[in-house]
Design a protein around this ligand. Structure first.
Ligand SMILES: NC(=O)c1ccc[n+]([C@@H]2O[C@H](COP(=O)([O-])OP(=O)(O)OC[C@H]3O[C@@H](n4cnc5c(N)ncnc54)[C@H](OP(=O)(O)O)[C@@H]3O)[C@@H](O)[C@H]2O)c1
Length: 276
């Protein structure tokens, strides 16, 4: 659990209503954003590919008394246009870009360029298109929030994360600039930097969350911390990961990259021996 003292109280979520779009709102952190927003009275548009988990989260949000729209679409294949169309008649006060885990964990030269392109399409192309559309409407209204989900990977190059780490770094720098551009227009922009988080996607990828030495966050804590810091951008690092970020931003890049690599390899080796 996150230390409560480190997290500001829940913000008044009506500032971000009446509707929120959650790109990647069916599982893990995205589902927890949805529940928390619904509890705060914000209607939600939930976007993901698999209909099953979407239906489940949608019902949980309806049970909390808000309206829900569900879109089972792929953000890398027509999803953005579908979201824009499905929200043409409502006011979206919050955009959460959560979908974006690394789907092609290969060394660059051994990987499939089309699969790397999907990582780029999901994290960059879809995110930029959504932010451009909803950000302009929010700026016109002088009200709203944009929350981009980042990763520790964006702070130092690492093996099998060349493209993923690169796109996450892009998103953070983009988010910092956007924060500057929108802060006088009543629109909050936050990049929320996650370390390892116990999501279904990571569980499916086979990550052992119990590996010794691994800092693991819970999706509900991450969502709570993210919304609590939304008005305090441009960047918030999820509790427990601050030292990792401080280390990875050091000026001696050779030392940083090699030491981070060694630490991550050590964690993986310990995990493998833990798994037998
Ligand atoms: N979990 C971690 O340890 C960790 C660590 C650092 C950063 N992060 C960041 O946290 C965010 C969430 O990660 P996650 O572990 O929950 O995995 P994820 O694969 O990004 O899944 C999150 C949500 O996005 C949806 N989604 C994924 N790809 C999609 C696509 N192409 N089109 C539409 N929806 C899509 C998923 O549902 P469907 O699969 O049904 O589409 C799910 O609802 C990501 O941005 C990731 O980079 C996670």
């Amino acid at each position: 659990m996150t230390d409560d003292a480190a997290v500001p109280p829940d913000p008044d979520l009506s500032k971000y209503g009446p509707w929120a779009v959650i790109a990647g709102g069916s599982e893990g952190v995205g589902a927890e954003f949805a529940r928390r927003l619904a509890r705060g009275g914000v209607n939600v548009v939930l976007v993901a590919r698999k209909p099953g988990p979407l239906t489940e989260v949608a019902q949980a949000c309806r049970d909390l008394g808000v309206e829900v729209r569900v879109l089972a679409v792929d953000l890398t294949d027509g999803g953005v246009e579908a979201i824009v169309e499905a929200t043409a008649d409502v006011e979206v006060g919050l955009l959460v870009c959560n979908a974006g885990a690394n789907t092609h964990g290969m060394e660059f030269l051994d990987g499939d360029p089309r699969e790397f392109q999907r990582v780029i399409d999901l994290n960059l192309t879809a995110t930029l298109a959504l932010v451009h559309h909803y950000g302009r409407l929010m700026r016109d209204r002088q009200r709203g929030g944009i929350l981009l989900v980042g990763s520790l990977s964006e702070y130092a190059g690492s093996v099998r994360h060349t493209v993923y780490g690169g796109v996450k770094a892009f998103v953070r720098i983009f988010g910092e600039g956007l924060w500057l551009e929108l802060r006088d227009h009543g629109v909050d922009v936050l990049t929320l930097v996650l370390g390892v988080t116990r999501t279904p996607a990571m569980a499916r990828a086979g990550l052992n969350f119990d590996a010794p030495g691994m800092v693991v966050s819970e999706p509900a804590d991450v969502a709570r911390e993210g919304l609590a810091h939304l008005a305090h951008g441009p960047v918030h690092v999820i509790s427990g990961n601050e030292k990792s970020v401080a280390w990875r931003t050091g000026p001696d890049r050779t030392k940083v990259v090699l030491t981070t690599h060694k630490a991550m390899t050590g964690l993986l080796n310990r995990e493998q021996s833990h798994n037998g």
